[in-house]
Design a protein around this ligand. Structure first.
Ligand SMILES: [Zn+2]
Length: 465
């Protein structure tokens, strides 16, 4: 049966229910896989799971008020008096922590696959015109809802996302996230130069950002990221003020782009002649923090990598985008050797898929071209617990474990898909994950649960369309 692994199970550490704890409102039954640490002791043997990997072929996940309160084997559940009839039966599927995307642009979802250009020209030709349309609030709201549904359909439950320069697009997106109960981080884009009319900050972008922080940061599950598009589109004054916001509002994120394309690096250094290098541009404005996420970071010197590591700032690896725009091949081993925090993002719409499975499949290809190997378990860890850790949310999301928010992605091949045929070949769990990366996309996602509530169900969508 699909996702009933041959590999040995490792039992999840159980935590007893508190006596005064309310009864679970949701019980999910199925195979589950989660990581309690960066996987290690991985070998070329696909039957070996390594350490840090928690797996049960028949588990019961108890959820109360949006939080996981226990994970145990079905046998243990029955022994302790539980009734299997009360469980939502997902046997034959594999339950994973909801996927996390650390770099995506919500206003760019309808321009995926714009033909024929590299970064700076692509921005002018495709991205900027698409973002101008978001000046219309009703459009921004409608698109925000489609964006959330599209994330869920691909198994993504949390994203760190760009919006546009218009203040109301951040409101629109986070209102939609809040309605669904999803953990979402977003911020108004700051850009006050080198952008077309209609996309430059017309008023005080910093004051607008502060207003949005007050409204959204740590309100329920929403959080705020100060979001200068990149140094090219922000004056010194705006960069300085953006850096000051991070100090003024501790706990907010910094989200921007870094060293994606050689032409962008040249243009940046011309605009900031006093800076030692690209990382130094952000550093001079106090933007390197443990809550800073820099998309791409492909072309960096050893000094720049060391400075990122020293400050705890991280790089979001966006392989579908890097390959699509011809930006370059990020060297994962080099990042690791310099102890730079790594996360993984789709970068839609420079990226070509919402699917984090597809994203790590392309990441695997980038590794191959660098003569490196990205183990499927390490890659799967990256889009779950790894991304949660990179966002400083490692105690809240990214694991199926007691005390974690109940964001769960349910994998099962779409009936009749090539993935279903591939998995019928009796593969090990690691081989099944690997096949799902390359052949899955949204065909691999059966259901998505956010804070203990089902927000996507393929069966319902198929019957309604
Ligand atoms: Zn981007």
């Amino acid at each position: 049966m699909v996702f009933q692994a041959i590999a040995a199970a490792s039992l999840h550490a159980r935590q007893p229910l508190k006596e005064d704890y309310p009864l679970p409102d949701t019980l999910l039954r199925g195979a589950y896989l989660s990581f309690s640490a960066q996987p290690s002791n991985l070998t070329a043997d696909p039957a070996a799971l390594g350490t840090g990997v928690n797996y049960l072929s028949d588990a019961i996940i108890s959820i109360t008020q949006g939080v996981i309160d226990q994970v145990q084997s079905a046998d243990a559940f029955v022994e302790s008096g539980g009734s299997l009839a009360q469980c939502t039966d997902l046997r034959g599927s594999l339950l994973l922590p909801g996927f996390i995307d650390t770099h995506i642009h919500y206003p760019q979802m309808d321009i995926i696959a714009g033909y024929g250009t590299q970064l700076l020209d692509w921005l002018e030709r495709y991205a900027f015109p698409a973002e101008i349309a978001y000046a219309d609030l009703d459009y921004a709201r409608a698109q925000a809802e489609v964006f959330m549904q599209t994330l869920f359909r691909h198994g993504t439950t949390t994203a760190l996302t760009f919006t546009t320069v218009h203040k109301h697009t951040t409101d629109a997106l986070l209102e939609s996230a809040e309605r669904h109960g999803a953990r979402m981080i977003a911020g108004k884009v700051l850009m006050n130069r080198n952008a077309p009319d209609g996309l430059r900050d017309s008023g005080d972008g910093i004051a607008e950002s502060a207003e949005l922080i007050e409204r959204w940061h740590n309100r329920g599950r929403t959080q705020y990221a100060v979001t200068p598009r990149f140094a090219i589109t922000c004056t010194d004054d705006q960069m300085r003020a953006a850096g000051e916001l991070l100090t003024e509002y501790p706990g907010t994120y910094l989200h921007t782009h870094l060293a994606e394309h050689p032409d962008e690096i040249t243009a940046t250094l011309e605009l900031f002649p006093a800076a030692h290098d690209y990382v130094d541009v952000y550093d001079q404005f106090n933007m390197l923090t443990p809550r800073s996420v820099f998309a791409h970071g492909i072309h960096l010197s050893p000094r720049e990598l060391d400075r990122l590591a020293e400050t705890g700032a991280g790089i979001a690896f966006c392989p579908t985008s890097n390959l699509f725009l011809g930006s370059g091949l990020l060297n994962l081993d080099r990042l690791r050797d310099h102890n730079v925090t790594l996360s993984v993002g789709s970068d839609v719409g420079g990226g070509t898929s919402f699917s984090m499975l597809t994203t790590i499949a392309e990441g695997y290809k980038v590794s191959q071209l660098n003569n490196q190997t990205w183990h499927p378990m390490t890659a799967l860890h990256a889009i779950t617990r790894g991304n949660a850790e990179a966002l400083g949310l490692g105690a809240k999301i990214g694991q199926i474990s007691a005390g974690f928010e109940a964001d769960i992605t349910v994998l099962k091949p779409r009936p009749g898909s090539m993935l279903e045929r591939r998995l019928a070949n009796g593969a090990t769990l690691t081989e099944q994950i690997f096949a799902a990366m390359f052949m899955g996309g949204d065909d691999a996602i059966e259901q998505t649960w956010v804070a203990g509530k089902k927000v996507f169900d393929r069966a319902q969508q198929d019957t309604s369309s």
